[in-house]
Write a protein that binds this ligand. Structure first.
Ligand SMILES: Cc1ncc(COP(=O)(O)O)c(C=O)c1O
Length: 291
């Protein structure tokens, strides 16, 4: 299921909780002016936030990469997330943490007086039913590369998402549900907002390595561990686009869709969900309490 509707969401800013549609940031916030922000999306399973500390760790790694100072501790952040959740209806929750460089001058020059802005946005989360997920998504490889020629590090989860958005547009225009982006050297990278897994002959689970211009997804890490535990051969490496033709099954992973099987890639039909994907879906449900 996509994120909750804005009309159902609340925002925590500076210690106040208010309807998201009433939340405001100054137009000179560098998050708005320069896409200079970092974010994390977290969700609950059976009321518990899934892998919150992994999300905090990635938020800090990205912020360090952008040199945005985060002075709040994990327990402060977690406390504010809980404060916001206290205002949401009981049930599953979707949470987005967003840190921008904060309001400043129209300049890239470092400004010690500039203070980052923290926003925690949240709303009710309705997970996609397994039967719906199992119908599978249609994916196409797109011309937009994962990284621009002089890239920021694609492993950082920043607010600078134009390539992903344009790739998604291209996929939708071609009648697909999701885009598969390639690296600048033509290897497989990932979906516009998801990681890609292929099942190659011999029950080999293959996924582009973190050097392949991908974001190291929290769900990806969980699934790789799970796959090794259930005895699958796992390959994390640079994958050529030809692997798509050899794949017997494929799926995407992300916080909001957990494991999303693909029913076709570039018009080639795949087992959906095939036996290995199904096993990983079952394993994920056992571990997380849902999909
Ligand atoms: C580009 C990209 N890759 C992968 C993912 C999946 O990451 P996670 O499993 O942490 O949600 C996301 C999530 O937003 C993403 O934007």
């Amino acid at each position: 299921m996509p994120p909750p509707r804005v009309s159902d969401m609340l925002a925590w800013i500076d210690g106040s909780v208010l309807p998201l549609r009433d939340a405001r940031i100054p137009v000179n916030d560098h998050g708005f002016l320069y896409g200079d922000s970092v974010y994390e999306t977290v969700r609950t399973f059976q009321g518990e936030l899934f892998r919150l500390s992994d999300h905090f760790r990635r938020l800090r790694t990205t912020a360090r990469g952008l040199r945005i100072p985060i002075e709040w501790s994990d327990s402060q952040l977690a406390g504010w997330v809980e404060e916001l959740r206290g205002h949401l209806p009981v049930g599953e929750h979707y949470i987005r943490l967003l840190v921008t460089r904060g309001p400043g001058e129209f300049s890239y020059a470092p400004d010690p007086s500039q203070k980052p802005t923290l926003m925690i946005l949240g709303g009710p989360f309705q997970a996609t039913a397994r039967e719906v997920l199992e119908k599978g998504l249609v994916a196409v490889t797109v011309g937009i590369p994962r990284s621009v020629p002089n890239p920021r590090n694609p492993g950082l989860k920043t607010g600078n998402l134009l390539n992903s958005r344009l790739a998604y547009f291209e996929a939708i225009e071609r009648g697909a549900d999701e885009a598969l982006l390639l690296t600048r050297s033509g290897h497989l990278a990932e979906g516009s907002s998801s990681n890609l897994f292929l099942i190659l002959p011999g029950e080999v689970l293959a996924t582009p390595s973190i050097e392949s211009e991908i974001l190291e997804g929290v769900t990806r890490t969980v699934l790789l561990k799970l796959a090794r535990e259930v005895g699958l051969e796992v390959r994390e490496e640079e994958l050529s686009a030809e692997c798509l033709v050899q794949a017997e099954e494929a799926f995407l992973s992300s916080t909001s869709r957990s494991v999303a099987p693909l029913r076709s890639i570039d018009g080639r039909e795949l087992g959906c969900p095939g036996p290995v994907t199904r096993r990983l879906m079952d394993g994920f449900i056992r571990l997380a309490g849902g999909l």
